[in-house]
Write a new protein. Sequence first.
Length: 308
Amino acid sequence: MHQAYSGAHLCETHFRESVERRVRRRIREDDLLPSTATPKDPETWVIGLSGGKDSTVLTHILAETFAEDPRVELVALSIHEGIEDYRDESLAAAEALVGDLDIHHETVTYEDEYGVQMDDVAAEDPLDMAPCAYCGVFRRDVLATYAEELGADKLLTGHNLDDEAETAMMNFLEGDVSQMAKHFDASLGAFPDRREEPSLVPRAKPLRDVPEKEVALYAHLFDIPSHIAECPHADRSFRGELQRVLRGLEENHPGTRHSILAGYEELASMAAERFRGESTPDLVPCEECGAPTTGTVCRTCQLLDAVS
Ligand code: SF4
Ligand code: ZN
C-alpha cells in the first residue's frame, strides 16, 4: 500500500508492523501503562467493542500486544442500543472476535438499562433532535457506569485518525473553546476533576494515529471479524460534510489530518490550561437516579422522561 502522507510503499508485513507500531507508541506516549502495574496488581482496560472495524482492530492489536504481559487485563464491553439488524450483526462480529481472542466480554442493552430501544426513540423523537443526540448521552452513561463496575483503570475506544480530525474540525468550527478543553480531558484523561461524567475513569484512543483506510485494510488483510455498515440513524450532516472536505484536502495535501490533529491537541491543551483552577459547578446527585449532575435532574433522566 502507498502511504501518501509518509511517502512509503509498504508490503503486507511492513504495513502490519507500521500499524501496530503506531498503536504501541501511542500507548507509551500517552503513558497508559503506569509503572505501578504488576502481574499481581494489573491494570484493567475496558475496550468499547461495537464490532465495527475500528474497535475490532484495536481489540485484536491490544490482545496480541498484551498476550504475554500479565500487567494488563483486557475486558471488552459492547452496547446494544436497540437498532435491529445493524447492531445484531456487529455484535455477532464482536462475539466472533472475543471468542478467537479469549477475553472477557460484557454486553449491555439500552432495553435492560433504560427500557428503551433506539429504533423507537428515533421514530418518536419527542424533542425533535437527531437520534444520535439521545444515543450519545445514553452511551456515555453506560460506558462510564460499566467501566466503573468492571473495575476499569482506563476506558479505551477505537477512534481513528479520520474520526479525530473530523471532531477537531467540528469543535474548532463551532468555536467552542471549553469543548476543546473537555476533548483534551476526555482523550488524554488529564485534569479529571473538571469532568462532569459519573465516572472518572480516564479515556484513551490508541488507534488515533491510524487513518480509517488503513484500519479497514488491516481488518481485511488479517481476517479480523468486523461489521462494515453504517448505523441507519447516523446523523452525518455536519460531520459528513467535513468528512468530504477532509478527504479532498488529504488527497491534494497528504498529511493534512496529521497536522490538524497535532495543532488541535496543542490548542486543546492550552484551552484545558486556561480553564484549570477555574471553579466548576458543584456536582449534586440527580433527583431521579442519583448520578452526579450540575442541575437537579441529569441529562440522561431528562431524555428518558421525554421518551418514555
Ligand atoms: Fe447511536 Fe447515532 Fe451511533 Fe447510531 S450513529 S449508534 S444512533 S450514536
Ligand atoms: Zn439521573
